[in-house]
Ligand binder design. Structure first.
Ligand SMILES: *Cc1c(COP(=O)(O)O)cnc(C)c1O
Ligand SMILES: [Zn+2]
Length: 374
């Protein structure tokens, strides 16, 4: 069942739909199951990548459109930031964590018989969706802001999607896509509940890789907030199934120059606040109007987490620090590490806390931007 988060009307999952008739976003009613004995026996050759959590996914494995996504390494790494576990989600088929969501979303679109879609993105989601559409034989039109990194735009075009570069802000890109979606199915990853049910596999993997335990805290970048919502749903499903006792704190990080959620948090507001968006190198989270902002704020609050903002120079310093440890990540990913450094210095996170830093995107994607600042 698909249920409107605004007016609570429900719809069948049998027919394609991307929003409620009232315009509201939809959530998916679904009950996840976990079987520890089965999981312990299940090898990647039996069910590869994130599909190993088949009993907890809303799409049957038989219908999976897969490029080998999921089960990325969890690397313990000490540095100026103290001890932390780094989740290497930049090692995904298209170079970002978005593949978790795309795999589930495009598999469901294929089941629905959708043959052509429109998507808008700051770059990584567009590249990811273009790849999975290529795999599924779905025609894709991808709208990106004109200033998107060259690597991401090239990927989208080579995967065979029709690429439209839109002048102006990220919000102008969304408006152009929505306009074009009059006649073609709008596969917005920021609206699809299937996308979030793909991203939630991040929580399952962390739990399994930590020896079937939840970490104390997970630090994620937040633009529209799919990582916040994915972690919240994933860990909640584990708790409801008695696999963990309590939810880890979700720590959501925004660039100070575009922080509608973090500003709302500081002002005790339940909805994102309007911001005058500045230019940030963290292009993957330069979202002024997060569509599910209210749910994202509520999710962080429920886990006793918090929002953190980081400055441009902190982002670049941490990107360089982690490169010196051997990891090449894009600026949007570096915000999570910048937040960890800050929170450790403030004593908000203890030295013995098990902390996961989600590294979302590959540095190779942003090389054209990095050569301008280093
Ligand atoms: C999309 C993206 C994010 C943020 O995801 P949201 O769902 O918008 O919060 C973070 N890092 C990278 C590399 C991304 O591509
Ligand atoms: Zn509605």
């Amino acid at each position: 069942m698909l249920i409107c988060e605004h007016c609570a009307v429900s719809y069948t999952t049998e027919t394609p739909r991307w929003r409620c008739d009232c315009g509201g976003t939809l959530r998916l009613e679904f009950s996840a199951r976990f079987d520890l004995a089965v999981l312990r026996e299940r090898t990647p050759s039996m069910l590869p990548g994130l599909w190993r959590y088949a009993e907890a996914l809303p799409v049957p494995v038989a219908d999976a459109i897969s490029l080998g996504e999921g089960l990325t390494p969890l690397l313990p790494l000490a540095g100026p930031w103290g001890n932390a576990h780094f989740k290497l989600d930049f090692m995904m088929p298209t170079g970002s964590f978005k593949d978790r969501g795309s795999a589930l979303m495009i598999s469901q679109l294929k089941r629905w018989g959708v043959t052509e879609i429109i998507e808008d993105s700051s770059g990584n989601a567009g590249a990811s969706i273009a790849a999975y559409c290529a795999r599924a034989g779905i025609k894709a039109h991808v709208f990106v802001p004109a200033q998107t990194s060259a690597g991401k735009a090239m990927q989208i075009a080579l995967y065979g999607a029709r690429l439209a570069k839109i002048a102006g802000t990220r919000e102008d890109t969304s408006a152009a896509a929505l306009d074009a979606a009059q006649n073609i199915f709008y596969a917005s990853h920021n609206r699809s509940p299937y996308f979030i049910h793909g991203v939630k596999t991040l929580a399952f993997e962390l739990w399994e890789q930590l020896g079937f335990r939840a970490p104390d805290a997970v630090i994620v970048p937040a633009g529209n907030g799919s990582l916040v919502l994915g972690c919240h749903i994933g860990f909640s499903e584990l708790r409801n199934a008695d696999m963990i006792a309590r939810l880890p704190r979700i720590i959501a990080v925004q660039a100070a120059r575009c922080a509608p959620l973090a500003r709302a948090w500081q002002q005790w507001m339940n909805d994102p606040v309007p911001v005058n968006k500045g230019d940030t190198i963290a292009e993957g989270i330069a979202t002024a109007v997060p569509i599910r902002g209210r749910a994202v704020l509520a999710a962080v609050r429920e886990t006793n987490g918090l929002f953190v903002t980081v400055e441009e120079h902190e982002i670049l310093e941490r990107l360089k620090a982690v490169a010196l440890a051997g990891l090449y990540i894009e600026p949007t990913s570096a915000v999570a590490l910048a937040a960890l450094t800050k929170l450790r210095a403030q004593g908000e996170l203890g030295a013995d806390d098990t902390v996961v830093v989600e590294l979302t995107g590959s540095g190779l994607k942003a090389t054209d931007k990095l050569v301008k600042v280093f």
